[in-house]
Write a protein that binds this ligand. Structure first.
Ligand SMILES: Cc1cc2nc3c(=O)[nH]c(=O)nc-3n(C[C@H](O)[C@H](O)[C@H](O)COP(=O)(O)OP(=O)(O)OC[C@H]3O[C@@H](n4cnc5c(N)ncnc54)[C@H](O)[C@@H]3O)c2cc1C
Length: 301
């Protein structure tokens, strides 16, 4: 099937691109295997007119908008392979179906890897989060824990202090330590730093109650923030030879073009940080305009 654009990823970035390209009368296929990064959380905050919406509801509303534009196909499938061909790309979906497209948009997002802490998986997205812009308001003024390696702990704690002044910083026995000046600043704000290894995040139904340490001590907390590690959700950018930026995101120009002709990127996969649904949607819109601009130039002469 020959399309003008194939979009991989049906999160805010890919869906926003599909909407703009549909309205530009482009023949588009959008693939999504429904494994978004924020699946663990119940609410998306800070998205204009949709503050607090369920992540799946935001995507459902977007798909509903897109269905008004008949040139866009929505495929609930995983793309398993991409091959550059003359004038475009050949994509293979997990049902074996093959598509060809002149342009390719990578809106595949990121995957998180959380620190290996007992109890964390069940609490992440419920009472422990990674981004205060997303979930800080809901945790405001509560007794919070900040879990991060020594080299990130200060920056994250300083930020979280804007939402709550009752903080305990835990480096979980990480080899990297806070610098003396950072410790002094935290001490001045009355923020204790615990370097002990965490043995358990205890609570019930996703609600953190107690942080327990290897030396037998513990501290009561009502929630907090953790600094996760991340990786790209797919290897497509590297396989296609797209240059990555210093932060590890797919490098793009101001219209979402990557270093590989015909390949565009949008959303968390290119921005990395700050990771926000509104930013991803904006990026998707921008890349769609880049794609349409290039198609117009190629076809109009
Ligand atoms: C716990 C948590 C809470 C958050 N809370 C908020 C919040 O309150 N407010 C906010 O603005 N942001 C929040 N975010 C961030 C927000 O979720 C992301 O910034 C946003 O979803 C990025 O959109 P995206 O379209 O780039 O990627 P995603 O939303 O991750 O979408 C990428 C999509 O691509 C699909 N995909 C990947 N590979 C393939 C493939 N090979 N084939 C087919 N499909 C594929 C995935 O299944 C996924 O659906 C939160 C994130 C987390 C982890």
């Amino acid at each position: 099937m020959r399309m003008e654009c194939a979009i991989i990823g049906g999160g805010p970035a890919g869906l926003s691109a599909a909407l703009v390209l549909g309205r530009a009368r482009r023949k588009v296929v959008l693939f999504d295997d429904k494994q978004p990064r924020n699946a663990v959380t119940a609410h998306t905050h800070g998205f204009l007119t949709r503050d607090g919406v369920k992540p799946e509801e935001l995507r459902r509303l977007a798909r509903q908008d897109i269905r008004k534009y008949p040139s866009v196909e929505l495929e609930s499938r995983r793309v398993t392979g991409i091959m550059p061909i003359r004038g475009g790309f050949r994509l293979q979906a997990d049902d074996g179906k093959v598509y060809e497209a002149r342009k390719l948009l990578l809106a595949t997002g990121l995957k998180e890897r959380l620190p290996d802490l007992r109890g964390l998986q069940g609490m992440y997205g419920k009472s422990l989060f990674s981004c205060p812009y997303c979930d800080g308001w809901e945790l405001r003024d509560k007794p919070l824990v900040v879990i991060a390696d020594g080299d990130q702990a200060f920056t994250l704690s300083r930020l979280i202090y804007q939402w709550s002044r009752d903080l305990v910083v835990c480096t979980n026995g990480s080899a990297s330590r806070l610098a003396p000046e950072e410790l002094r600043l935290l001490h001045r704000k009355g923020i204790p730093v615990v370097n002990q290894r965490i043995t358990e995040l205890a609570g019930e139904k996703g609600q953190l109650r107690t942080v327990r340490f290897a030396d037998g001590s513990s501290v009561k907390r009502a929630g907090g923030f953790v600094s996760p590690y991340w990786r790209h959700a797919t290897q497509f950018a590297e396989q296609l030879g797209c240059r990555l930026s210093a932060s590890g995101g797919i490098e793009t120009d101001s219209l979402g073009r990557t270093s590989v002709s015909g390949v565009y990127a949008a959303g968390d996969a290119s921005v990395i940080s700050p990771a926000q649904a509104a930013i991803a949607a904006g990026e998707g819109s921008r890349a769609a305009i880049g794609i349409n601009t290039d198609l117009v130039r190629e076809d109009f002469g």
